[in-house]
Design a protein around this ligand. Structure first.
Ligand SMILES: [Zn+2]
Length: 103
């Protein structure tokens, strides 16, 4: 992972927007067919997500790839991203239609 996301300017690497970032991620609960229970991934560093594009998918993909348990469980189907301010997003891994709901 690069540290660009921790830059104080916080410009999205995908859509180049700034000012639409979430609070830092506190935990990602990852659901995959190969796992009986959702697996909690905790980012090692502050990671804020751009709210203007689908950057959250990139975050989840990276997090899933970074951990041997989730990497071995196959493609994730759902993820719940919880932020340090208590908000969360429920992300379904349908690459066609991005079903995201603010909790
Ligand atoms: Zn963005």
């Amino acid at each position: 992972m690069s540290n660009a996301e921790n830059d104080s300017s916080l410009t999205c690497g995908q859509c180049r927007k700034s000012g639409t970032f979430t609070a830092p991620v506190s935990v990602i609960l990852l659901f995959a067919p190969g796992m009986e229970k959702p697996y909690p991934l905790i980012p090692a560093e502050d990671y804020r997500v751009c709210g203007s594009c689908d950057a959250v998918f990139t975050l989840i993909n990276r997090a899933a790839e970074a951990h041997p348990t989730t990497r071995g469980a196959g493609p994730w189907t759902r993820a719940i991203v919880v932020f340090t301010d208590g908000h969360g997003v429920d992300v379904k891994a349908k690459r066609q239609q991005q079903a995201m709901a603010l909790a």
